[in-house]
Design a protein around this ligand. Structure first.
Ligand code: DHB
Length: 292
């Protein structure tokens, strides 16, 4: 599937994703009111990935709720709805409306947007994450997972896993971009917002993404699935995410570079690797990384 943010903001982009070879799709992270986002340039392709500071441009909660309800009416409930309120109250308001709607898909609650000046990433504040999940699971009973930022310290993995294991979280998506990096071309930043600081995706982040998938696969309850995200460019990258424990993968940077044709290419490359190894199903190698 796409990662939230990549080609999933407008009706046309969502239509193209739904008619691609992707297993499913996710909508652009939304806020209650539509947002223009940050000034451009705010997304730049780099040789080994991408940098972005979009600032949550989106068409507003009602637009995406209408879209997923339309999909429900045409029989498609295998769809992910990304929610990214700027406050806990905003998330509660959106999730209350999702709870009370006919939506039968899956919510990905974004705890890791790095691009809003003055708003810390919830996923880096462990106490706050616990409070957010506590308040949300008090009333929200439909399938819900969380999009996490990358962690780099073993104690942080353990702290976050301990919190998540206390709640009926269905999945975690690892990882959002590595936040607040700086890329320079000649003497200049390449994006305008925040003095050039933005989230990095693509090949740069794959080893960090794999480590996050692996650690959460080991530390979380077995009924919490992992969606791998970070640096997927080829079927081999998909294979490695699954080997670390992912059940699915999301694509952002390479989808931006290559468009929706990428999904059928990745599937055939993955199938080729699987048949060369005599694997018939993802379960034959999921989580089975050889540790020396
Ligand atoms: C944006 C970036 C993210 O990484 C995210 O998770 C949500 C929103 C953005 O800048 O639009």
């Amino acid at each position: 599937m796409n990662a939230s943010g990549a080609k999933c903001m407008t009706s046309e982009e969502l239509y193209n994703l739904s008619n691609s070879g992707a297993g499913t799709l996710i909508t652009k992270s939304c806020t209650i009111s539509p947002r223009e986002g940050n000034p451009s340039p705010r997304y730049v392709d780099l040789k080994l990935g991408s940098i972005n500071s979009m600032g949550l441009p989106n068409l507003g909660f009602d637009f995406y709720l209408d879209y997923v309800l339309e999909q429900h009416e045409s029989g498609n409930d295998d769809i992910f709805f990304s929610i990214a309120g700027l406050t806990l109250e905003e998330n509660i308001e959106m999730l209350t409306r999702v709870q009370n709607s006919d939506f039968r898909g899956i919510v990905e609650l974004n705890l890791s947007c790095p691009n809003i000046p003055g708003k810390p990433q919830t996923g880096y504040d462990f106490e706050r994450t616990n409070e957010v999940l506590n308040k949300i699971f008090y009333f929200y009973t439909k399938p819900l997972g969380v999009k996490l930022p990358p962690y780099f310290d073993l104690v942080h993995f353990e702290m976050m896993a301990e919190i998540l294991n206390q709640y009926p979280v269905q999945f975690v998506t690892c990882i959002n971009s590595i936040g607040n990096a700086l890329y320079i071309d000649d003497e200049s930043a390449v994006i305008k917002p925040k003095g050039g600081f933005g989230g990095i995706g693509g090949a740069y982040v794959k080893p960090t993404a794999l480590a996050n998938v692996r650690m959460f696969y080991k530390l979380l309850r077995k009924d919490i699935s992992i969606i791998g995200c970070g640096g997927v460019e080829t079927g081999k990258d998909v294979f490695e995410h699954i080997l670390c424990g992912a059940s699915m993968v999301q694509i952002a940077t390479q989808l931006m570079k290559e468009d929706t044709r990428i999904f059928s290419r990745l599937i055939s490359e993955l199938e080729e690797i699987m048949s060369s190894k005599n694997y018939k199903a993802l379960e034959d190698f999921k989580g089975k990384l050889i540790e020396l």
